[in-house]
Design a protein around this ligand. Structure first.
Ligand SMILES: [Zn+2]
Ligand SMILES: [Zn+2]
Length: 343
């Protein structure tokens, strides 16, 4: 089958690749759309994603498609069903799976290598799509589900003030979710001034350009007494450090951006003590896939607000090697046309 294969460090090719193993528990899915994730770019650069990498491997884990055939043990899917798949498989048997932490599974593996004609995840990872949700939009289920887990971690109480650092594709999804939490003030800190209009359209109440203004000063002058929740969606050393600085008293800060293992952030523990900060992380998407599908289907999260381009696998190879559109938003690969023919 045709696939975009990572063969080693900075070694990417669109080429013929063996189809994934099909077992009695598998759902064979003809992939139509696949989203390009920051972790695909990380992997191209030789860094790990949420699980380790074993070359050669097709990149991509954010997919939508149509069921082609099902294994003998599969109960809830049949050929022709429109579906998406959660890439994170967990065993259900280890200590972590049995104690409410399936995303920390000791035997976890990725079961969607999605920039390819076919994937064969186990039934447990496959989800039906409503007829009213397009396959294009449904390919954003996985990144949105990760954002939903981040919002779960942020634990916003209705009426609180929240601050979002970074309005890239993930930040733009987060902003739409923050609006749904019932926060009274939604402050967006983002250096790209052109995003201001979109930020207000999606629910921001204050937009601050940190290159031009003193963030804490602007918040104070706006009469906002405390920043209760902060979510960081960039992962750079200085944006993480700034996020902790923007946080108010008794605030919860979620560090959603991945961070660079070679250049970790430092923070002032004494300042954090004085503010009694709660600092949290967010790892993948436990229990969030169906909620992501429902929010996309209800158009409560608008995909067009953050998708920057749609392209073929060949174009995607170029994009990963020399990112242009993925700097502006989410890139989606179109793998098949409406009739199901591979492009
Ligand atoms: Zn992803
Ligand atoms: Zn497990």
């Amino acid at each position: 089958m045709k696939a975009l294969v990572l063969k080693g460090y900075h070694d990417l090719a669109v080429e013929d690749f063996p189809e994934p193993a099909f077992t009695e528990d598998s759902v064979k899915i003809a992939v139509y759309y696949g989203g390009l994730c920051g972790t695909d770019l990380h992997k191209y650069d030789g860094k790990g994603g949420s699980h380790g990498i074993h070359y050669p491997v097709p990149l991509g884990h954010e997919i939508s498609g149509i069921v082609e055939k099902v294994g003998a043990n599969v109960k809830n899917f049949k050929p022709g069903d429109r579906v998406t798949a959660d890439p994170n498989w967990s065993c259900g048997k280890c200590y972590f799976c049995r104690n409410g932490m399936p995303h920390m599974c000791e035997n976890a593996k990725g079961v969607v290598k999605g920039f390819a004609e076919y994937i064969c995840p186990p039934e447990s990872n496959v989800y039906h799509l409503p007829d009213t949700l397009s396959l294009h939009d449904a390919s954003m289920t996985e990144p949105l589900s990760c954002c939903i887990h981040g919002i779960d971690q942020l634990d916003v109480q209705v009426g609180q003030t929240v601050l979002l650092v970074g309005m890239g594709a993930i930040g733009t999804m987060m902003l739409q979710l923050l609006r749904l939490t019932g926060a009274s003030n939604i402050i967006v800190v983002e250096p790209v001034e052109e995003k201001k209009e979109l930020a207000f359209k999606l629910g921001a109440t204050l937009f601050i350009n940190p290159l031009k203004e003193d963030v804490k000063e602007v918040i104070k002058n706006a009469g906002i007494p405390n920043v209760d929740r902060v979510i960081e969606c960039v992962g750079a050393k200085f944006t993480i450090e700034n996020a902790l600085d923007y946080a108010g008293k008794c605030a919860t800060v979620v560090l959603f951006g991945l961070g660079n293992p070679e250049n970790p952030s430092a923070f002032n523990q004494y300042a954090a003590f004085q503010k009694e900060l709660t600092i949290k992380n967010s790892f993948v998407n436990p229990g969030a896939t169906q909620r992501a599908i429902d929010l996309l289907d209800r158009k409560l999260v608008d995909v067009s607000a953050f998708v920057s381009a749609e392209m073929t696998l060949e174009e995607l190879k170029e994009e990963i090697e020399h990112p242009v559109y993925s700097r502006k938003g989410k890139v989606i690969a179109k793998i098949r046309d409406e009739k199901g023919n591979v492009i």
